[in-house]
Design a protein around this ligand. Structure first.
Ligand SMILES: C[S@@+](CC[C@H](N)C(=O)[O-])C[C@H]1O[C@@H](n2cnc3c(N)ncnc32)[C@H](O)[C@@H]1O
Length: 435
């Protein structure tokens, strides 16, 4: 429980939109390109993305916690901002939490086509449950935190209000809630029940709830009225701020339209508050879910690099390579460079980057492996120069295809006096493997 911090700079969404309009203008192509790459504008329109980016640019958080990544509109917007803030020499990390696989399966690869290699650096995209994440681990030392609340339901609401907010109450904080519209700025006919039953919880089937100015279909609309009422914290919509502070000023309106074009809109459909506005001690709901360490970090660098050698371009043209890179990296982590080198030779042999990777994996090791490969099958040295066939046999043995290995030995090495010994070894090995 704390007393309100009176020294915090006043923030409003409209001020941020206005103050950051030139920065947004400089990012306009990038904003559109990212939005196109995500390809899910109905989750967040480019003008909303611009408003959120303006808020983050203005607030300059050291940590942005994104709750709900989905396909990743906000992930892209905040990461773009974090890069901008970092270029100015300040800390800004984006921690993105979501259960969905859309980012790692689809969006990040499309984004990779339009951004610089280091663009992903400020972003930690984690796949896992918001309810069980270890928030302490990302807040260490942070003085300013922005929470973007875009995952729905009472459980997430309880986690935000009962677990995350207590941890950031003593730092400067800004909490932005998406999917809450402002009844004062949407068409009057939206007040009608329109024949729908009462809202009883969100199932996206249509019913919405009106609470004061709020018009929403998501549960956190209820939870936040409760929370901000108990704590007497001001709570308002970005729509109100933008309409009052910009919409009522013809000069500003014109300027915003000129500078931002379609990235300017008076509508926002998001709300905001800060605990720094509390006038007294704060109270939070109880939240007891266990913290788990099972959140999977989606690291695009790991997925496109082997030992620092970038395969970005190859991955873009052959997305299947991601799986190969993952296998190589697994062997590198397990300190099995010979196995890693074999996969590189076998499955990435056509790439220009192959040499660099093999060199990094330890040239001597991999050469030794090759020499052995070229002279031995299952430990049996061969005197004749049958390098190419031996290589193929060894490859098939490596990937567990002993029947194919046997065939090559029979057909192509049958003339060697070592061949019967090799055949016996392979057959024996097969027998052991299957029994
Ligand atoms: C509306 S989408 C997010 C949209 C995104 N912010 C954007 O700008 O494109 C909400 C996401 O939150 C995820 N979600 C909901 N509850 C969750 C939870 N408990 N843990 C992790 N993710 C959750 C959903 O799976 C969904 O992908």
């Amino acid at each position: 429980m704390i007393e309100a911090n009176q020294d915090v700079k006043v923030f409003t969404p409209a001020q941020a939109y206005w103050n950051q309009r030139e920065v947004l203008r400089s990012m306009r192509d990038r904003i559109h390109a990212l939005s196109d790459a995500v390809d899910n504008k109905s989750d967040l329109w480019p003008y909303q993305l611009s408003q959120l980016m303006a808020a983050a640019l203005e607030f300059k958080p050291e940590v942005i916690i994104e709750l709900g990544r989905g396909k990743g509109n906000s992930t892209c917007g905040f990461t773009e901002v974090a890069n901008h803030i970092r270029r100015q020499g300040h800390r800004c990390d984006v921690v993105s939490l979501c259960i969905s696989e859309d980012w790692e399966q689809t969006t990040q690869w499309k984004v990779m086509e339009i951004v610089e290699r280091d663009w992903f650096e400020p972003l930690r995209a984690l796949r896992g449950n918001i309810l069980t994440f270890d928030y302490d681990s990302i807040l260490k030392g942070a003085k300013r935190c922005l929470v973007f609340w875009d995952a729905h339901g009472f459980d997430v609401a309880e986690c935000v209000l009962g677990r995350i907010l207590p941890k950031i109450q003593e730092m400067e904080n800004l909490i932005i809630m998406h999917d809450i519209s402002d009844g004062r700025y949407i068409p009057p006919e939206t007040s009608s029940y329109n024949g729908q039953r009462l809202w009883r919880g969100n199932d996206w089937s249509g019913p919405r709830i009106r609470l004061g100015f709020m018009d929403s279909s998501v549960e956190q609309a209820v939870a936040i009225v409760d929370f901000t009422s108990r704590n007497r914290i001001p709570f308002d919509s970005a729509d109100h701020s933008i309409n009052v502070e910009i919409g009522s000023d013809p000069v500003k309106m014109k300027d915003m339209e000129n500078v931002l074009g379609d990235l300017f809109n008076l509508g926002a459909h998001w709300c905001w508050f800060t605990l720094n506005d509390a006038k007294g001690p704060l109270t939070f709901p109880d939240f007891q879910a266990d913290v788990m360490n099972d959140h999977l970090e989606i690291n695009i660098t790991e997925q496109t690099q082997i030992m620092g050698v970038s395969l970005n371009n190859a991955v873009l043209s052959q997305p299947d390579l991601v799986e190969v890179i993952q296998r190589v990296n697994r062997y590198v982590k397990m300190e099995k460079p010979k196995l890693a080198a074999r996969i590189v030779e076998r499955e990435l042999g056509n790439l220009n980057e192959k040499k660099d990777i093999l060199a990094k994996l330890g040239n001597t090791d991999s050469e030794e492996t090759n020499k052995t490969d070229q002279n031995q099958i299952m430990g049996i040295p061969l005197k004749a120069d049958v390098t190419e066939a031996v290589k193929r046999v060894n490859r098939y043995l490596d990937i567990g295809k002993s029947a194919l290995a046997l065939k090559i030995v029979e057909n192509e090495l049958g003339h060697l006096h070592e061949s019967s010994e090799i055949l016996a070894k392979i057959q024996n090995n097969e027998h052991v493997a299957s029994s």
